[in-house]
Design a protein around this ligand. Structure first.
Ligand code: SF4
Length: 312
């Protein structure tokens, strides 16, 4: 197979059959975290890089192979929408199977009406947004000349207005780069305007071309989940589990955690469940004791209840 790989197990898309439409590496950006390495030469012109009939034949071979496939995912060795003819491929796949189709894209070409039109029949489109300001956008995504932050945001916004499928924006969180409170609030403001159905928070877990790229610690990730939840529900696939040492110092332990980042109520309940072996009466009693202490207040954000420490 030249174009199709998998199905691979994906946290977000289950068993995902990948379809790579591009010669490596063809991209409009040069992200600091790119697992394909640095972009040696930008590619900005859209083309049918490989014959679409050959790509379709491989997809149909895999679909009829009997393997479990939850999603057919167009994803490139670079920017997927550089491939001209995505609409034809999506339409032909849909004629042949009911398996939903996803397109993973950096979103940089969504400012072009023809690109937006080519994606309309996809079941899910997952563009990237890694910054809420032009300055940070340039530092993280290092786009080709002409691919400005404003153009990127405008493309996402317009696509949101025209598209009826699932619109899941992917945010790559990088330690020390876009994980500060200020950066996250800027991003949340921009995301609130774009109105994605969901935000997928991802980490640079694979080797990056720049040595300074690192994974934020769990506290900062939790803070990011909380701040970004103001714009849309946040899916954080690699989320860690909250652990409570013992029942003796429960109030101090939970206060200590909530002082550093908001605590999701259902996570707190799950942690108490572990502590008390699922004893519902003890869990309820502990929750009531914590609330009665007066140290916490509950905040609703992105459909989730969080506990935060009351300011003095
Ligand atoms: S958009 Fe994707 S392929 Fe392009 S440089 Fe960034 S991470 Fe790499």
């Amino acid at each position: 197979m030249n174009y199709v790989f998998g199905p691979v197990s994906s946290k977000r898309l289950g068993q995902s059959l990948g379809v790579d439409l591009l010669p490596s590496k063809s991209c409009t950006w040069n992200c600091v975290y790119c697992q394909l390495g640095r972009t040696k030469a930008f590619v900005t012109e859209r083309r049918e890089f490989f014959p679409k009939e050959e790509i379709l034949a491989e997809i149909l071979d895999s679909v009829t192979s009997g393997k479990k496939i939850d999603w057919i995912t167009f994803v490139g060795s670079g920017e997927t929408t550089l491939y001209k003819g995505l609409d034809w491929l999506i339409a032909e796949v849909k004629k042949a199977t009911k398996i939903p189709v996803a397109v993973i894209t950096n979103g940089s070409l969504l400012s072009l009406p023809e690109v937006r039109k080519e994606l309309l029949e996809a079941d899910a489109v997952l563009p990237s947004l890694n910054a809420g300001s032009a300055e940070l956008f340039e530092r993280v995504d290092r786009p080709a000349p002409g691919f400005s932050f404003e153009r990127h945001i405008e493309g996402l916004r317009r696509f949101r207005q025209e598209y009826r499928g699932k619109f899941w924006v992917e945010v790559m969180l990088i330690a020390g780069l876009n994980d500060s409170e200020e950066a996250l609030k800027e991003m949340a403001n921009v995301l609130a305007e774009i109105r994605p159905d969901m935000i997928h928070l991802v980490m640079p877990t694979r080797p990056a071309p720049e040595s300074f790229v690192g994974i934020p610690d769990e506290e900062l990730v939790q803070r990011a989940v909380f701040i970004l939840s103001a714009a849309a529900p946040v899916l954080h696939p690699a989320k860690g589990e909250m652990k409570l040492g013992s029942a003796d110092d429960l109030l101090d332990t939970v206060s200590g955690i909530a002082t550093r980042h908001p605590v999701q109520e259902r996570e707190l309940e799950a942690a108490l469940g572990k502590l008390f072996d699922g004893d519902a009466a003890k869990i309820r009693e502990a929750m009531e004791m914590l609330l009665a202490s007066g140290r916490f207040e509950k905040v609703l954000q992105g459909g989730e209840l969080y506990w935060i420490v009351k300011s003095a």
